[in-house]
Design a protein around this ligand. Structure first.
Ligand code: 13P
Length: 340
């Protein structure tokens, strides 16, 4: 076994250590503007630094958060005392990760569908991110459910790009997180979500195999199998957990280092309850944990925005609570009572 192989496996395993998961704070410039607009905060570089450094320096965050995914701007930022955010994370025992895709754009010839861009020049960008301290990376593909979509072309184009990205990451010594998000938007039922997720995952793992990606050094960041957000009757927690686990068992090879779900617009406690229910189902071939953005940040962001200086510690406590709840869910040890 080569040093590179062992290095990738060690990073991947550290990211899914028992009771730990990931904090996704890699919102692109457009997405963080939307989040800030929702709480009436001006989208300036100083505010983005203040908000994200507040989260990363929450005392004890590393107990439940193994890694945080950063945006290009964030991995380069320094605090007033001169320490970089990467150094803050290293002191807290949190591994730095980096979003490297360039966003989802309309897929030519397929109305309503998208393909994620960003492969050009990626080898060079990854080399720079290694210098900046990144240990892992993320690439998000977006699959929409609607009338006659997703198309096979959309699923395959996104799977191909994800696999090319993952191979480049491993060449650079960075653990790839492959994120094929099947969007919750729409009125579709649980079965449709299941079928689309299964087709997407099978296409992805076929491409990862074809392109020599080492699964022991790869993390999957999937959406859960869940009813559409506008569905008439939305599936209960137990149904979501069972459908998601069935789907993953059908499509995700046992060698994969771990599964870290996205929250995708679920409520904070809902996302925790789903993860917990899955982990209560017993032993699985891979650890199942979280890589939540909104479901970890929503309440913390609202508290911070109300008074960035005065509420700093309160906002940190809110984040620590959600991180602890999701850490328990990653072990299947969460309950409503823990929410307090
Ligand atoms: P959400 O948990 O808000 O879906 O964000 C996770 C993420 O990183 C999306 O790419």
């Amino acid at each position: 076994m080569t040093d590179r192989y062992e290095q990738l496996v060690a990073i991947a395993q550290a990211l899914v250590a028992p009771g730990k998961g990931l904090l996704a704070i890699d919102e692109s410039s457009g997405t963080i503007k939307k989040r800030f607009d929702s709480v009436q905060v001006e989208n300036t570089e100083a505010n983005r630094l203040d908000y994200r450094s507040m989260m990363l320096s929450a005392p004890g965050l590393g107990e439940h958060i193994s890694g945080a995914i950063l945006f290009d701007e964030t991995i380069r930022q320094k605090m007033a005392d001169g320490s970089s955010l990467v150094q803050v994370m290293e002191r807290a025992g949190i591994l730095p990760g980096i979003k490297v895709d360039a966003g989802a754009r309309p897929l030519a010839g397929f109305a309503g569908e998208k393909v994620t861009e960003g492969l050009d020049g990626l080898r060079e960008r990854l080399a720079e991110y290694v210098e900046l301290g990144a240990k892992f990376a993320k690439w998000r593909a977006v699959i929409s459910i609607g009338e006659d979509i997703p198309s096979r072309a959309c699923i395959d184009a996104n799977a191909h790009a994800l696999a090319r990205y993952a191979a480049l990451c491993q060449e650079a010594g960075i653990v790839p997180i492959v994120e094929p998000e099947v969007l919750m938007d729409g009125a579709h039922d649980l079965d449709t979500s299941f079928d689309v997720t299964e087709a997407t995952l099978k296409a992805l793992f076929a491409q990862l195999y074809d392109q020599n990606v080492m699964l022991e050094g790869t993390l999957l960041k999937p959406s859960m199998v869940i009813s559409g957000s506008e569905a008439d009757e939305r599936a209960e927690v137990e149904e979501v957990a069972e459908a998601t686990v069935d789907c993953l068992l059908n499509a995700v090879p046992a060698a994969t280092a771990g599964v870290v779900f996205l929250s995708g617009g679920q409520g904070d406690v809902e996302a925790t309850a789903h993860l917990d229910a899955m982990n209560k189902m017993g032993d699985m071939p891979w650890p199942m944990s979280f890589s939540y953005g909104r479901a970890l940040q929503a309440e913390c962001l609202a508290a911070w925005a109300a008074d960035p200086q005065g509420n700093r510690e309160n906002a940190q406590q809110i984040l620590l609570h959600r991180a602890r709840m999701n850490g328990l869910a990653a072990l299947g040890e969460w309950s409503e009572e823990e929410e307090g």
